[in-house]
Ligand binder design. Structure first.
Ligand SMILES: [Zn+2]
Ligand SMILES: [Zn+2]
Length: 359
């Protein structure tokens, strides 16, 4: 496979200053591969990183963001035996250092050497170069082969599914037959609906403020949809669960009111997964949390082979990401793609950037 020396890449020069330019194609080091990127999805964290920076911030003028991507292996570095040129792969953005206490516990998304590349840590698209480019280098520990039935653009959304998988892992999973409330019908919430349904939830109640997204949630498996601008979601959840409340709550919106409602709608002994990154600090009913013996967990990224398990579910059709993909843009139009995503133009949900055109 012939690999050029130069490529096109979207380079961040400062706050909200993303420029598509020529860039040297990187070479894979030991246990790394070079990917030709076919799809990179815009995530909610991208506008924040592009607009406000990241901690620690990589160097402006050389840094390439983008962390939800997939592509084809076009070159392999020293010591790579599990992957070969031609493989179709999706990636997860976190690679732990492998030797800190958290990495040893398998919790590499909260690696204690976060943002220190000299330790081996990588967070592709955040602290190391990512996928808004025609080529990107990735370590083999965060690569996953894509089933034949799954397209590159579908596979680019794998961390959206894996993040929900990880959120469930962190609160001890879902027991078949449980009633589940999902707050926030964005891409992650819509994936949560499908995943808990696939895992055997009895009744899934989806809560949000946008009718179109709620309607899509209904199509993807939600049994009850609630527009919280018109109905009290806590009351609806109680009414739908014989007055008991939901046994599992997945809060994906990051809205402080929703976070507080998540606790109010919980059955005694329920588990709550806080997935949404809060925009403001919520005021929560800690008394109910304590006396109702609730459990809650946060989630950062995805772990525990969640990407592999999510890809397997995508391959069998139990998870479906196609309806979430609303727009496509070539790399040259990435800023238009970002505006489409941020302003939700044309009902935008997931916007895909195609650095090498359609595959
Ligand atoms: Zn993301
Ligand atoms: Zn580590």
């Amino acid at each position: 496979m012939s690999i050029p020396t130069k490529m096109h890449a979207a380079v961040l020069y400062g706050q909200n200053d993303l420029r598509v330019q020529d860039y040297s194609v990187p070479a894979p080091g030991p246990l790394e591969v070079l990917l030709k990127v076919y799809a990179c999805a815009i995530c909610g964290t991208d506008p924040r990183l592009i607009g406000h920076g990241w901690k620690p911030m990589p160097n402006y003028g050389t840094f390439i963001p983008g962390h939800e991507y997939s592509g084809q292996v076009v070159a392999i570095g020293e010591g790579v035996s599990q992957f070969q040129v031609g493989d179709r792969v999706a990636i997860e953005s976190h690679k732990g250092c492998g030797h800190c206490v958290n990495c040893k516990r398998g919790r590499y998304t909260i690696c204690l050497n976060y943002g220190k590349p000299e330790t081996g840590h990588r967070h592709y698209g955040f602290t190391s170069n990512g996928g808004y480019a025609q080529y990107v280098v990735n370590h083999i520990s965060n690569l996953y082969k894509i089933p034949d039935s799954v397209s590159y653009e579908e596979a680019a959304l794998i961390t959206t599914a894996a993040c929900v998988h990880f959120a469930l892992d962190n609160i001890g999973g879902l027991l078949g037959g449980e009633n589940v409330a999902v707050l926030g019908p964005g891409p992650i919430g819509l994936m949560a609906v499908q995943l808990v349904k696939a895992l055997g939830a009895t009744k899934v109640i989806l809560i949000g403020t946008r009718d179109e997204r709620l309607a899509m949630g209904r199509q993807l498996g939600a049994d009850v949809i609630v527009n919280s601008t018109r109905q009290d979601p806590v009351q609806v959840v109680k009414d739908e669960t014989d007055g008991l409340g939901a046994e599992l709550i997945v809060e994906c919106s990051g809205h402080p009111v929703a976070a507080a409602q998540a606790i109010e709608m919980a059955m005694r002994g329920a588990r709550i997964s806080f997935v949404g990154d809060p925009v403001e600090m919520p005021q929560i009913n800690l008394k109910k949390f304590v006396l109702d013996d609730l459990r809650a967990a946060g989630v950062r990224g995805e772990g525990m082979a969640d990407c592999a398990r999510s890809l397997a579910l995508l391959g069998t059709g139990k998870l479906c990401v196609k309806p979430l993909i609303t727009h496509h843009f070539p790399l040259e139009e990435i800023n238009e793609g970002l505006q489409t995503f941020i302003q939700r133009k044309g009902g935008a949900l997931k916007v895909i950037i195609q650095p090498n055109g359609c595959e």
